[in-house]
Design a protein around this ligand. Structure first.
Ligand code: COA
Length: 236
């Protein structure tokens, strides 16, 4: 079993632990047939791969991570049709605070669904604890056409679970999945300057601020604040 501290020590090029298996591409849900790439990866960065063609359920490709002594979460690609009704309350709880996202604070469920699920190749990953959804992360191409090889992303942890390692665990899982999906880099265009947790998290996971846009976000407490354009290579 991997503790959070061991998860943190995994080499950057090998961000999944022993006995963790997943498909090369995230699934929108249900089962699919594909040339599945299985990967077994040790903390030392050793990996052994086999190519198999097999029909597998997306739900089989999950990873359970024990964090603090009483916190164990399971992470997997979401079945967006089935899981969205559980993602939406978390999405609303985070966005309605108005502190971290340039989305309408009073976005309706339909608007939220459009923002996260409508983009072409959008993929959603979730973390669950004892069956309850505690975090979700979405990826989609940052640009279209010849710019669709960089993934944009969005991570939300349920407020009652902030600061317990769940964001780091799901982000680590999704960075790996995004690399396996064929993206060359990840990019966020709007990490709010006052969002200390997010800046710490992304910096710790290898993201760098390329630029800050001054006064780009109206924070309900701090007023006009900047946003960071952050970037991380997935392939060197
Ligand atoms: C930002 C967010 C995803 C982080 O997830 P989390 O589960 O709370 O964070 P973790 O416990 O995994 O900790 C991540 C880092 O933030 C730091 N951190 C956690 N709580 C913190 C706090 N209250 N103040 C400052 N730093 C904090 C931790 O030290 C950790 O850094 P480390 O791993 O180098 O020690 C989560 O707080 C969240 O959903 N916030 C609202 C939505 C949001 O801001 N999304 C990101 C948009 S870019």
């Amino acid at each position: 079993m991997f503790t959070l501290s061991r998860l943190r020590n995994i080499a950057p090029d090998c961000a999944v632990p022993v006995s963790y298996f997943m498909d090369a591409l995230p699934s929108g849900g249900g089962s699919r047939r594909a040339g599945t790439r299985w990967l077994a990866c040790t903390p030392a960065g050793v990996e052994a791969e086999n190519s198999v063609t097999e029909e597998r359920s997306a739900h089989m490709n999950s990873y359970t991570a024990p964090l603090a002594p009483d916190v164990e979460i399971t992470m997997r690609a979401a079945d967006t049709e089935k899981d969205w009704p559980r993602i939406w309350p978390l999405w609303r709880a985070v966005v309605s605070r108005g502190e971290t996202h340039p989305y309408p604070v009073d976005a309706t469920e339909a608007e939220a669904r459009t923002i996260w699920l409508a983009p072409s190749r959008s993929a959603v990953y979730i973390a669950e604890r004892e069956g309850a959804l505690v975090a979700a992360m979405m990826t989609k191409p940052m640009r279209s056409g010849n710019g669709d090889h960089i993934a944009n992303f969005d991570l939300m942890v349920a407020p009652e679970w902030w600061g317990q390692g769940i964001g780091r665990a799901l982000a680590t899982y999704v960075i790996d999945a995004t690399q396996r999906a064929g993206y060359l880099a990840m990019e966020a265009y709007s990490v709010v300057d006052t969002n200390e947790q997010a800046l710490k998290l992304w910096n710790a996971l290898g993201f760098r601020t390329l630029a800050t846009v001054p006064d780009a976000f109206r924070h309900p407490v701090h007023g006009l604040v900047g946003v960071h354009l952050m970037h991380r290579q997935l392939v060197s």
